[in-house]
Design a protein around this ligand. Structure first.
Ligand SMILES: Nc1nc2cc3nc(NCCc4ccc(CCO)cc4)[nH]c3cc2c(=O)[nH]1
Length: 373
């Protein structure tokens, strides 16, 4: 398995900025990965995603294996060609989506059998099958081990049994991944919110020899403060030289606070999901364009975001598009939110490089205090 070069160029406290170098291109870290669940970042062209500043996008094994089918994507040239994204791509392994979406799932020590939420058909994922789908059929540059996303909350005993299963599936994922010189595999740390179990899982995953380390079992309803506490109990057990990725995170305040605790990579559906429902993220915090106060507000969404969707349309126009149910509303707002999240990451990277990250963090904590819940 390749371990992609990860070059940290500057640090400020626990925060790091650098570059993860992959055969398909460099990933500037801290990085936010737009989510392209079913081979599309919803309502956006890949050119818009690229121009917004994204270096890497995420795809989902669960969704693509159900529709259009992993073998079909391979027959059509793999996910990069199919979706017209020629940069690095990371795919999730399917465990979380089975846990959160599938009906009638049956876990056993070797894998999970489940029914599709789309047509009820029966499917099975094992560590080896998940790796085959991600690395061989979809062609992901970065694959994720198959894991079990532990229920939250749960007892100490449930959390330990779950992390032990994920450690076993992690080793099976590594064995199935084998020797590949242009692709890598990340491990996933579980342990719920128990410090001793996060330490056990972290030390176990680190010892297995992955190309990157993900913190799983977060953004599952624990809330901002518990998420931060769980990151604090995990990062001390991780080596500095591997990239650290918190899965499913998150709101802008979550990104800032996680970077401050030493995290390098993120993914979340929030920019496009909230964009489809009228929520715009800005440097002054989120606003919902459907609110009557915007009906005649001629100001743009955010002049500091270098994107046509952020600068060239009035809030009044956004208000109208969403009240009228026009397609252009979700399209433009998904574009703006995607550009805002990338502008935030760019400012975070620059602030760490220039030794002013803590000043940025303090300013944003104040501006975004009400978004912590
Ligand atoms: N393999 C694996 N993948 C994961 C994906 C995750 N995604 C999340 N959270 C996403 C939660 C999330 C869902 C929707 C929205 C939009 C606004 O409602 C925002 C966040 N937690 C996650 C945990 C895991 C995990 O342990 N293992």
């Amino acid at each position: 398995m390749a371990v992609f070069p990860f070059e940290i160029s500057a640090t400020e406290g626990k925060a790091r900025t650098g570059v993860l170098k992959t055969p398909r291109g460099d990933i500037r870290t801290p990085a936010f990965m737009p989510v392209g669940t079913a081979g599309t970042v919803k309502a956006l062209y890949m050119d818009q995603v690229k121009d917004a500043g994204a270096d890497i996008i995420l795809g989902n094994t669960y969704h693509l294996m159900l529709r259009p089918g992993a073998e079909r994507v391979q027959r059509l040239g793999g996910l990069h060609a199919f979706a017209h994204w020629n940069g690095p791509m990371l795919t999730d392994s399917g465990g979380f989506q089975v846990w959160s979406l599938a009906q009638l799932r049956k876990m056993d020590p070797d894998g999970v059998t489940f029914q599709s939420h789309i047509d009820g058909s029966t499917h099975r994922l094992t560590p080896a099958r998940s790796i085959e789908i991600q690395a061989d059929l979809l062609g992901a540059d970065i694959s994720m081990q198959l894991d079990e996303c532990t229920d939250y909350p749960c007892t100490h005993e449930e959390a330990e049994r779950s992390l032990d299963l994920s450690l076993d599936w992690g080793q099976r994922s590594l064995d199935a991944f084998g020797d590949r010189d242009a692709q890598t595999l990340f491990g996933i740390i579980q342990g719920s919110n128990y410090a001793d179990l996060r330490e056990k899982s972290a030390k176990g995953v680190v010892s297995q020899g992955f190309g990157g380390l993900a913190l799983g079992g977060l953004a599952v309803g624990e809330g901002h403060d518990q998420m931060c506490a769980t990151i604090d109990m995990t990062v001390p057990h991780l080596p500095d030289h591997l990239p650290r990725y918190v899965m499913g995170v998150g709101k802008p305040i979550d990104l800032v606070e996680s970077v401050a605790r030493g995290i390098d990579m993120f993914d979340c559906v929030l920019p496009t999901r909230s964009g489809r429902h009228g929520q715009a993220w800005t440097w002054d915090g989120p606003v919902n364009v459907k609110n009557a106060r915007f009906a005649e507000d001629v100001s743009p969404l955010d002049e500091a975001v270098n994107c046509p969707a952020s600068q060239d349309y009035s809030r009044a126009y956004y208000h109208h598009l969403f009240k009228a149910g026009e397609y252009l509303g979700p399209m433009l707002l998904s574009w703006h939110n995607t550009a805002f999240f990338q502008a935030l990451m760019q400012e975070i990277r620059a602030s760490i490089a220039e030794g002013r990250f803590e000043a940025l963090r303090t300013r944003l904590q104040t501006a975004w205090a009400s978004t912590k819940s």
